[in-house]
Ligand binder design. Structure first.
Ligand code: SAH
Length: 249
């Protein structure tokens, strides 16, 4: 019997933001594989369901483990936070397929989309992603800091709204401050900057400031930072980016 592997995302935190397709995949699974805190978000509906908890840093190992369980006939669900394709497990699964047992290519593998942090964060403050935007992870676990600096500068030159994932690293606390320095050399000091912590949860907290005043110490690992484009503006407690160039200020 051949098994299956579905990669899902739990959404940003609150249960209502987990999609029905994800809940259906979870209900069918014989095995859940994921980082402990994400597995804890999933209600225990089946006592026979096995949970394989792992550390956050061992994504490729976790992906290989999930694939070998599926190859052994299990119905496996790999769990990420947010959307599984955004800086998360879906790419790790395909990397494991590419470099692993050729038999894994014939497996029934599926990805279910989820609500990623930047969408939940944007919704907390209005519509800052209303125009063209990009997402950059500031984590340098998998790429060089010089690459990240190049991405930041290019995104600023292109006048994208920029969503910054993984803004805070315990190992390198100065990187977000450095990122702001790069952006300040290119973007207006009045550019709106948003720190959205625990978006899409009852504990959500928003700090709205400007690029000139943005303080990197405001961000932790549960924060998403949004840096506006030249057209992004504040109206009262809301921030939005108009859809048309014509609305540029
Ligand atoms: N796959 C996830 C992202 C993983 S990277 C997704 O699609 O959301 C982890 C980073 O996502 C965190 O450091 C933080 O920047 C951001 N993040 C995840 N959940 C968040 C939330 N509820 N509120 C704000 N940021 C969040």
């Amino acid at each position: 019997m051949s098994g299956s592997l579905v990669v899902v995302g739990t959404g940003p935190g609150k249960a209502e933001l987990m999609t029905p397709a994800t809940l259906a995949a979870l209900a069918k699974a014989t095995d859940l594989v994921g980082y402990g805190p994400y597995l804890d978000r999933i209600p225990k509906t089946r006592p026979d369901q096995r949970r394989h908890r792992s550390d956050n840093r061992v994504e490729l190992e976790r992906a290989r483990h999930a694939l070998s369980l599926a190859a052994a006939g299990r119905e496996v669900v790999v769990v990420s936070g947010g959307d599984p394709g955004v800086f998360a497990m879906a790419a790790a699964v395909f990397e494991a397929v590419e470099t692993g047992d050729p038999g894994w290519r014939a497996l029934d593998i599926r990805v279910e989309p989820g609500v990623t942090a930047m969408l939940a964060a944007a919704a907390e403050v209005g519509a800052p992603l209303g125009g063209d935007f990009c997402a950059i992870s500031l984590s340098d676990n998998l790429k060089a800091w010089t690459t990240i600096e190049r991405l930041l500068r290019a995104a600023a030159e292109a006048d994208f709204v920029i969503a910054l994932y993984n803004p805070a690293s315990k190992a390198r606390p100065h990187q977000l401050a450095q990122a702001f320095e790069h952006l300040r050399t290119i973007k207006s000091s009045k550019t709106p900057v948003l720190f959205v912590r625990a978006a899409g949860t009852p504990e959500a907290k928003v700090v709205t400031t400007t690029l000139a005043a943005a303080d990197a110490a405001q961000a932790d690992m549960r924060t998403l930072v949004i840096v506006g484009a030249s057209t992004t503006r504040r109206i009262g407690r809301w921030v939005y980016t108009p859809r048309s160039e014509g609305a540029a200020s």
